[in-house]
Design a protein around this ligand. Structure first.
Ligand code: ADP
Length: 405
């Protein structure tokens, strides 16, 4: 087996092959790499980037680092952590400890019943847990996408609100660790409280919410990978009190990998929806996402086409900005999944997201809200609630849930 010293040398050489597009040189020469640490084949890489750095660029570099280091023979695990120069300085002055193996550097570790192997407190591999249903939760539905920027979080939030409008009790869990956007999309700044060693979801806009964003400080763009992601997802499902809801919508990170696996291994997932735009590239990615869920035996409910067409407000003329929605329909047919809904491109959607007032609440009578209601209806039809779904103890709550419909 290769020793850590040799691996470290190879890691640095590999990092010299990763370009920093902003600096026009590799990330070692541009001093973006702050630290490389190797312990028994586990590699920790600390990167430093300004907070103002473009998000996609940052993720691109992190992905390249991850890929380059992972390919090295003898590397068992790769952990990439990105910090701002300010956070690094604070850490150096001893203000905030930042171990790449935990949600530190500004993030508050979520409380739970001890730092069990599944918690984000340590890099140890947990024994494979068996997926067990969440008590008092009807259906667990994943909203996923093959790549970022297709509007997955926007769809997840508005779908959750549309289901609520239809009289359901809805929880929304944001495990998009690359950019937890739920706090912004819903304009929530609270931190969750803890009761009886369980985290209480934040209640806002009639939904129950949890997001890593509620636990992170603004200036700590910290990224967790691999087992840490798994730990966070498990903790957000197991240690948060979700009981008494009909639908739990899980906003997944883009792409395929650890998160999907972690979710499916923690709870039985009743269905997954893949969000895509009609552009070719995102369709290919969507197909990949779909296959991943199939491999995990998760029922893929179908595809939601976002930004499908732009309707000019005055003339009513339609334009296909991101490609032809018909192509999605054809691709869906090839993949043998239905198109669950088509959400038009509408500037109100973006404005609503930026203002913390999603379009389903802000413009309840708009065509785009109508499209989201249609999507919710498709979900209801695909995953109708059973008699005991969301029923805590078969008692009062179940009765209320029945009466509401
Ligand atoms: P993802 O979660 O896939 O990364 P987001 O939900 O963050 O994507 O959306 C990316 C951007 O696109 C946001 O600015 C959002 O407001 C905007 N957006 C999403 N859906 C629409 C839509 N149907 N019409 C207009 N803008 C949209």
């Amino acid at each position: 087996m290769k020793d850590d010293f040799t691996i470290k040398g190879e890691v640095i050489t590999a990092l010299e092959g990763v370009e920093d597009p902003e600096e026009g040189e590799n990330i070692v020469d541009s001093h973006t790499v702050e630290e490389v640490d190797v312990d028994k084949g586990v590699v920790d890489v600390v990167l430093v980037m300004e907070k103002s750095r473009d998000r996609q660029q940052r993720f691109g570099i992190e992905d390249d680092v991850y890929d380059a280091v992972e390919a090295i023979d003898g590397v068992r695990e790769v952990k990439v952590k990105t910090m701002t120069p300010e956070a690094l300085e604070r850490e150096a002055s001893g203000e905030a400890p930042a171990s790449p193996s935990g949600p530190s550097g500004g993030a508050k570790p979520a409380p739970g019943p001890g730092p069990g192997p599944g918690g984000p407190g340590g890099p140890q591999q947990a024994a494979e847990p068996k997926a067990t249903p969440l008590e008092g939760v009807g259906k667990v539905l994943a909203v996923a996408s093959g790549k970022g920027g297709v509007g997955k979080s926007t769809v997840a939030v508005n779908l959750a609100l549309a289901l609520k409008e239809k009289g359901h009790r809805v929880g929304l869990l944001d495990v998009d660790i690359y950019g937890p956007s739920l706090p912004t999309l819903l304009g929530v700044e609270e931190r969750p409280a803890v009761s009886n060693r369980r985290i209480l979801p934040i209640e806002a806009k009639g939904l129950r919410l949890m997001s890593l964003g509620f636990l992170m400080d603004e200036d700590s763009p910290v990224i967790w990978r691999g087992p840490i992601v798994t730990g966070i997802i498990r903790q957000f499902l197991r240690d948060v009190d979700w009981s008494g809801i009909d639908y739990l919508i899980v906003d997944m990170p883009p792409g395929t990998g650890d998160a999907q696996l972690a979710l499916a291994q923690t709870v039985p997932v009743d269905g997954a929806m893949i969000v895509t735009t009609p552009s070719d590239l995102s369709l290919v990615d969507a197909a990949r996402g779909l296959e991943m869920f199939k491999t995990l035996n998760v029922d893929v409910m179908g595809i939601a086409t976002n930004m499908s067409k732009f309707v000019v407000p005055d003339s009513g003329k339609e334009y296909n900005i991101f490609g032809d929605p018909e192509e999605v329909a054809a691709a869906a047919e090839r993949l043998e999944v239905p198109v669950l809904g088509e959400i038009p491109l509408d500037p109100q959607v973006r404005k609503g997201g930026d203002a913390g007032e999603p379009v389903v609440i802000g413009h309840p009578d708009s065509p785009v809200t109508e499209a989201f209601m249609g999507l919710a209806e498709a979900v209801e039809q695909k995953k109708p609630l059973g008699e005991d779904d969301g029923d805590e103890e078969g008692g009062e709550k179940g009765l209320f849930s029945f009466l509401k419909k």
